[in-house]
Design a binder for this molecule. Structure first.
Ligand SMILES: *Cc1c(COP(=O)(O)O)cnc(C)c1O
Length: 354
């Protein structure tokens, strides 16, 4: 199949790596020498090609811009101390990408293009994987509708691409979170479980309002009762109550099935926590806080790994935490980072060699 698909490679003449330093990198600003591109036309994937990173020429009528058939993924690649490159759980992202595609009435991308293309692309740009602790190469696969027709209907043509961006430590200071009661991110029956571009555009307004009030992010609540917690910004969220770690369940399709979430569940169990995936109400959280049993609250996601929450504001009630004393979130972050950078045994087979 790989040979049949045949990914054409056109190499960049000169590496841009000579012009930038892989120290102090801002997130998502610099891109490597190459990118992958493939087209879906007449019902099949073709023209899979790795070529120099470059601008695209688009017709102004291109469908994705008008009606939002666009999805993406976020994955990271690392180097261990021997200099070998690994990608963290990319098959999970591959599967999730095609789940998002189905929900957005887009074609699935074959494994030979997504996985083998990603591997080949990273091999070619391997020198761009930063070597330092907490540094990685962020991988951004995405797909968009490319019909040049203004009409509301599923596009016949699509473009799949992968671009790569070296990133430094995504230091996330402990966050102050505003529990959002007016605006919602996802509804049952909606697209909350898909990494669809529109979800992120739709979230910006509420986030900006919370920032104006002095908060870093919002905690999204369920759309009907504004009672149950969903996610924190673009991260899944965990509450450590007593000896139990609780995270909202995925039943209603309102929550993104995070790879960091799944990995955190596994590692929290290994640490001896009971882990529950279930609806969790703000009332229960406040009760636990008042009883002195709400020990830690944190978000999980590929970009920042684990982000501690030092303050949660719900209506006029403010919950504050002394994150300096926390044990679980920092240990979870350490275990995850150590596995990814080859300092801790990869018991679960999460590291995919490039
Ligand atoms: C990407 C994303 C996450 C985190 O998923 P990971 O696979 O852990 O990176 C959580 N919530 C939302 C809304 C996301 O888009």
């Amino acid at each position: 199949m790989i040979a049949a698909m045949g990914i054409k490679v056109q190499k960049a003449g000169r590496s841009k790596l000579q012009d930038i330093s892989l120290e102090n990198l801002p997130f998502g600003k610099y891109f490597t020498d190459h990118m992958l591109e493939a087209d879906f036309e007449n019902g099949e994937w073709k023209n899979a090609e790795i070529k120099p990173y470059q601008p695209m020429l688009l017709n102004p009528s291109v469908a994705a811009i008008h009606y939002g058939q666009a999805i993406f993924e976020g994955i990271k690649a690392y180097k261990n101390k021997e200099g070998d490159a690994f990608i963290f759980r990319p098959l999970d992202n591959f599967k999730r990408f095609n789940i998002s595609a189905e929900r957005m009435q887009m074609p699935g991308v074959p494994e030979e293009i997504f996985m083998d293309g990603m591997k080949q692309l990273i091999q070619l740009d391997k020198n761009w994987i930063p070597f330092k602790e907490d540094h990685s190469l962020y991988i951004r696969p995405f797909m968009f509708a490319s019909d040049e027709v203004i009409g509301v209907r599923p596009s016949d043509n699509y473009k799949f691409m992968i671009i790569l961006s070296p990133t430094g430590p995504y230091y996330s200071a402990p966050m102050r979170i505003y529990v959002e009661e007016k605006y919602v991110r996802a509804v049952p029956g909606g697209v909350g479980y898909a990494k669809a571009a529109g979800n992120y555009g739709a979230a910006l307004y509420a986030t900006a309002q919370a920032k104006k009030k002095g908060y870093d992010q919002v905690l999204w609540m369920d759309a009907f009762e504004h009672k149950y917690v969903q996610e924190c910004g673009t991260m899944n969220v965990f509450f450590v109550i007593g000896n139990t770690a609780i995270t909202p369940d995925l039943e209603q399709g309102t929550i993104l099935d995070g790879v960091t979430r799944q990995s955190s569940i596994t590692l929290l169990k290994e640490m001896g926590f009971a882990v529950e995936e279930r609806p969790l109400s703000m009332d229960d959280i406040i009760d636990a806080y008042k009883a002195g049993l709400l020990y830690e609250v944190f978000g999980t996601g590929t970009a920042a790994t684990i982000s501690m929450i030092k303050e949660l504001r719900y209506k006029d009630f403010v919950m504050q935490f002394d994150v300096e004393k926390w044990k679980t979130a920092p240990l979870l972050k350490k275990w995850l980072t150590d596995i990814r950078e080859g300092r801790r045994e990869d018991k679960y087979g999460w590291m995919y060699p490039v």
